[in-house]
Each structure stands twice: as C-alpha cells, then as structure tokens.
Design a protein around this ligand. Structure first.
Ligand code: SF4
Ligand code: SF4
Length: 373
C-alpha cells in the first residue's frame, strides 16, 4: 500500500441514491447500466434509512434521490423526511410523470430542499418520442407548476443530443416560462444506454459549436433570471472533465440493491468488486474498499497523466470512458488531447455524427416490470 492510500480520504460531499432502476420512461441516453437491477433486489425502507444514517455519520452533506425514477418508490417521502431530519440537503432527480400535486406537497412538507425535473425537448411530440412515453411532456409541464407552487426551487435537466439540439433556444425559453431557477444543459454522456445509442445521439462538431454559442448568449441575456450548468460532450473536448470530481474523492453512488460505487457507470469496469452497504459499513467502503482505492488519487496514473500539471485538476478524466473506448480503464481518458488515442476518438465522433442516425434502442428491462407510485 502506498503512503497516499494509507491516508484516510476526506468525507464525500454528496451521495447519489438510486432508489430503484424502475422507470416508466425509456430514454435512449439513460445512464443506468444495461443490466438493470430488478424490484426484488431493491433495499427496503429500513435499509435505506440505515444508509442515510451512515452517510450523515460519514460527513456526507447532500443526498440526491435518483433512479431510475425515484418516485416509483412509495416510501420516498419517508426517506426524504429521514434525510432532512439528519440535516442532509435533499434533492430529488425525477422525470416527474408519476407525481401529482398532493404528492409534491407531501414531499415539500417532508423537508425536500430542491427538485431537478428532466425534460426531453420543447416540442411535445418529440419529447414523448425521445422518452418513449406518450403524454409525458404534458405531465411534466403540470408537475413543474406544482413544484413551483409548493415553493420548491426547480432545476430543469435538459439532456442535449442531435435530436433536440436545434431547439436549444426553445428549451431554455421553456425553463424560464416554467419558473426554473437553474437549467442543466448537459450534452449526453456516452455510458450505459447512451453508449449503446451513441451513433443515434452524437451531434456534429458544428452543432456543438452552435449550441455553445446559444448557451453563452443565454447566460448573458438571462443573468439574474436563470443559472446555467453546461456540460459539453467529451468527444470533442480538448481536455477531459474531472469525472465525479475524481474517483472516490467527492461522490459515492448507491445502487438499488445497495452496491456502493464511485460513479454510476463504474460497474462496467471488469475486475473491480463493489461491496454492498448491507455487508460492510459505508465509511469502511469509502475509506478501504479496493474498488475505491483502485483509481483514487494519482498513484495509479500512466503517462502522460503521471507527469502532467493537470493531474490533480481533472484526475486523468473518466475511467469508464477509457474502458469504453480503449478497453482499459487504467489509461488516460481519450477525451484528453494529450492521449495518443484522442485523434481516433474525434474521428469516430465525426464519422458517426455525419451518418444518418440509426433508430433508438430504447432503455428497457429484459422483462418489463410494473411501475406505480
Ligand atoms: S434517463 Fe430517462 S429512462 Fe433513465 S431514469 Fe431518467 S427518465 Fe428514466
Ligand atoms: S494528460 Fe491526464 S492529467 Fe493531463 S490533462 Fe490529460 S487527462 Fe488530464
């Protein structure tokens, strides 16, 4: 063990809680794994309460209730109330379609701090087509109104790709109209179902540049009205993003069955065993799990990262992307212009985005499961 890994890491800032992988929508860019966990594998209410207790004791400050669709769990209010009681900041990441006004009120009363509502497009028919769910758009608009009426701060999550990128102006206008305080314009990242559908989703470089102009102009125009988070697609980037703020540095992710991951896509990496919070304490996993230790810090880095001045800024980029593109999670993220594989990545993005997009392969369970609130 190195000197670095013997030092206990700082506590994580945030925990993403995937309460369930069930979701009525079928977004082709969903970041959930291709092998979705089933209802029978999900932790029960008592187990999730225990996870929240452990997180607060570990020093986590924020809990993001996510999925799948977290509102498919009838105990969501109970868990929000429990987390709020522990002093945790609570955020709900939802597609919204299972919510009604009364439930939004109950979540607010339970102590929910913030809601991130996803929107697929500003065009109702296109929104429903992308989500693979009829009537979703209409429902989301109503849900946004109930969220604001309950006094909850609203962020609109807008994943962007070649099927909606030309309507980015209208999507931003919709966020203002709905009373959102923040919008996350996030170019789709190619993990999970997004990777499977990359050829259908990836925009051209010209589309990306135009989208960036639209966002930059809107940031100026909407100062004091709407705050922007802008996530660019890695494939055209010059330097990679600090994926999850660095492996095992700021975030942890708990899957519906209780597996603890450094990021939601980490299970794609072969050879890493992820422990369950039902079998080992959260603090122990965070500090000592071999899977968290594997890429934490800088000791694992190959060249050019090992001697690069940005190694503690972007932490070598994304391990899951290195695996997905190069077949080896321990290489420099090919999104980095200093990677010997960067040009090949750009060529791949340009070739795929120039072709007619293939049909979506919608997200699905191998065998469908009922979803109800
Ligand atoms: S990305 Fe779409 S399919 Fe995946 S969990 Fe969110 S709403 Fe459901
Ligand atoms: S070489 Fe590694 S550390 Fe340097 S910028 Fe690229 S990915 Fe980041």
């Amino acid at each position: 063990m190195t000197a670095q890994t013997m030092t206990a890491p700082e506590p994580p800032l945030a925990m993403l809680v995937e309460l369930t992988h069930r979701c009525p929508l079928r977004c082709p860019y969903c970041s959930n794994p291709l092998e979705l966990e089933r209802r029978g594998q999900e932790l029960d209410t008592a187990a999730w309460r225990d996870v929240l207790d452990q997180a607060a004791a570990l020093g986590v400050l924020q809990v993001h209730f996510s999925g799948g669709e977290p509102t498919a769990r009838p105990d969501l209010e109970d868990l929000v109330e429990h987390a709020a009681g522990l002093g945790l900041y609570t955020n709900l990441i939802t597609a919204g379609v299972l919510l009604d006004e009364a439930r939004v009120g109950r979540l607010s009363a339970a102590g929910l701090d913030h809601v991130q509502l996803s929107i697929q497009d500003s065009d109702p028919a296109e929104s429903d087509r992308i989500a693979g769910y009829q009537g979703g758009y209409r429902r989301k608009i109503a849900v946004a109104g109930w969220i604001r009426a309950a006094g909850l701060p609203l962020t609109l999550n807008a994943p962007v790709h070649r099927h909606n990128i030309e309507r980015l102006e209208a999507i931003i206008a919709l966020a203002v109209e709905l009373g959102a305080e923040r919008i996350e314009v996030a170019h789709v990242q190619y993990y999970g179902w997004g990777l499977k559908n990359r050829a259908a989703l990836i925009p051209t470089r010209a589309q990306l540049e135009r989208a960036t102009e639209v966002v930059e102009a809107a940031i100026e125009r909407l100062k004091g009205v709407l705050v922007f988070d802008y996530v660019v697609p890695d494939y055209y980037a010059h330097r990679p993003k600090a994926c999850m703020g660095g492996w095992g540095r700021q975030f942890l992710n708990v899957t519906p069955s209780g597996k603890v991951l450094p990021c939601h896509a980490a299970e794609t990496i072969p050879g890493l065993a992820f422990e369950r919070v039902t079998e080992r304490g959260l603090a122990e996993i965070w500090a000592h799990s071999p899977a968290f230790e594997r890429f934490r810090g800088t000791d694992w880095m190959p060249e050019p990262c090992a001697s690069c001045e940005r190694r503690e800024i972007d932490w070598g980029g994304c391990r899951c992307q290195a695996l997905a593109i190069l077949g080896d999670a321990a290489l420099t993220d090919p999104a980095c212009g200093l990677s010997p594989h960067h040009d090949a990545l750009v060529a791949l993005a340009e070739a795929e985005s120039d072709r007619e997009p293939p049909a979506f392969q919608y997200r699905r369970m191998t065998r469908p499961e009922p979803v109800e609130a």
